[in-house]
Design a protein around this ligand. Structure first.
Ligand code: SOE
Length: 386
């Protein structure tokens, strides 16, 4: 049953960040920018940030104008000025922080993947179902205008029936030269490229096509770099560098997924292609302002790929930013998401649907099914784990 959002206090939405790394900066920027570009009442206000070490957390708070810095995230959850807790920690801490925040009556926005493991993700989904607060998961690429347009075209029937989907997320992390970090430790991250990058792809396929992933097969995972420099020592790198799998969608379409951190020559190539009976679309994050569109209903002599600049005010979120063809970037996806979360919390409809813990748990079941498929070499239905 849908629960009514509790909204925010007065005219501001107090936000606490838990985490100060790359995502800490991306989110601090988003919460600050959102009310500048979008008409938001209540306005998000950064009330607190919790980090591991006092001095860098204080520096973070000064730079991003956060009211209070703390090394005690539990204390931050007790702060009455905080209505929403934004969880930006390594993956193994998503569950304890998010569940405690929900129990404290807060709304929670959590970085993707929902968790490092299926068990943690399930506990988060269960806690969310019982909580008064709303939940959100930062699948930020849903908020690329080109992805939004792809979803709209699919829903308007312009692609006809989706028959094939190709999803690839290719990064190059520099192989063994890259030192040890939490993202290479299975105890902290859960998985490597799979949870980090396939999580985005699975979410994007579900979001754009509107179909669930019914079955997974043919999965393969590989760890090529098995140890990394950690200061003067070496440490075992225990996550996958690449994971690939095949799938069948709930409408019978076929899909392929590939996530890798070792694709030399590719930096942040998150790519999606949907082929339907009436048309196709292609997206590549490295050219994020564009959507390629093939209209198969045209006479054969007129068919060809067209490049749509998704920078018109008629494209999702774009009207809030710059005039046509004045490009937007990575950070705008986060800003648009912060604005949509603020809207959702005061009972307004976000521009396009936001993922919550229940939704992200379905994505986590697909990731888990792929891991089981790779390890047991068999077809697996994600619904088995739901
Ligand atoms: C690193 O692989 C990373 O920052 C991911 O964690 C993000 O989710 C992705 O958007 C960009 O790459």
């Amino acid at each position: 049953m849908a629960r009514k959002a509790r909204g925010a206090r007065g005219s501001s939405l107090g936000v606490a960040l838990v985490g100060t790394g790359f995502m800490g900066r991306a989110h601090a920027n988003a919460w600050r920018q959102a009310p500048c570009f979008f008409d938001l009442a209540p306005r998000p206000v950064l009330q607190a940030v919790a980090g591991m070490k006092a001095a860098p957390t204080r520096t973070f708070a000064e730079r991003w104008e956060v009211a209070r810095a703390s090394t005690d995230w539990k204390g931050v959850l007790r702060d009455p000025k905080v209505q929403l807790v934004d969880v930006l920690t390594p993956n193994h801490l998503h569950a304890p922080v998010a569940i405690a925040a929900l129990k404290a009556g807060k709304h929670v926005a959590c970085e993707k993947p929902l968790a490092g493991t299926l068990e943690d993700a399930r506990a988060m989904a269960v806690a969310a179902a019982a909580a008064r607060g709303r939940t959100f998961v930062w699948f930020n690429y849903r908020r690329c205008p080109a992805i939004g347009l792809a979803r709209q075209l699919v829903r308007e029937g312009r692609l006809g029936t989706i028959r094939q989907v190709r999803a690839r997320y290719l990064q190059d992390w520099g192989g063994a030269a890259t030192p040890m970090a939490w993202r290479f430790d299975a105890k902290l991250a859960g998985s490597g490229a799979h949870g980090d990058l396939n999580a985005h792809l699975v979410d994007l396929v579900r979001f754009t096509t509107g179909h669930e992933i019914a079955e997974v097969c043919g999965a393969i995972e590989a760890t090529f770099v098995k140890s990394r420099r950690a200061g003067t020592r070496t440490s075992a790198s225990t996550v996958d560098d690449a994971t690939l799998f095949l799938a069948r969608l709930s409408n019978g379409a076929t899909a392929s997924f590939e996530a890798t951190r070792l694709a030399t020559g590719n930096q942040n190539a998150s790519q999606l292609e949907l082929n339907g009976t009436k048309g196709s679309v292609r997206f590549d994050f490295e050219r994020m302002n564009e959507l390629a569109w093939w209209d198969h209903t045209l006479p054969a002599r007129e068919r060809g790929w067209s490049r749509i600049m998704c920078t018109d005010a008629s494209h999702p979120w774009v009207g809030a930013y710059w005039p046509a063809a004045h490009l937007i970037g990575y950070e705008h996806c986060f800003t648009s998401m912060a604005a949509d979360i603020a809207r959702a919390l005061c009972g307004q409809t976000p521009v396009l649907p936001l993922p919550d813990f229940a939704d992200a748990f379905r994505t986590q079941c697909v990731l888990h099914a792929a891991t089981v498929s790779a390890r047991e070499r068999r077809w697996v239905k994600p619904a088995e784990f739901a």
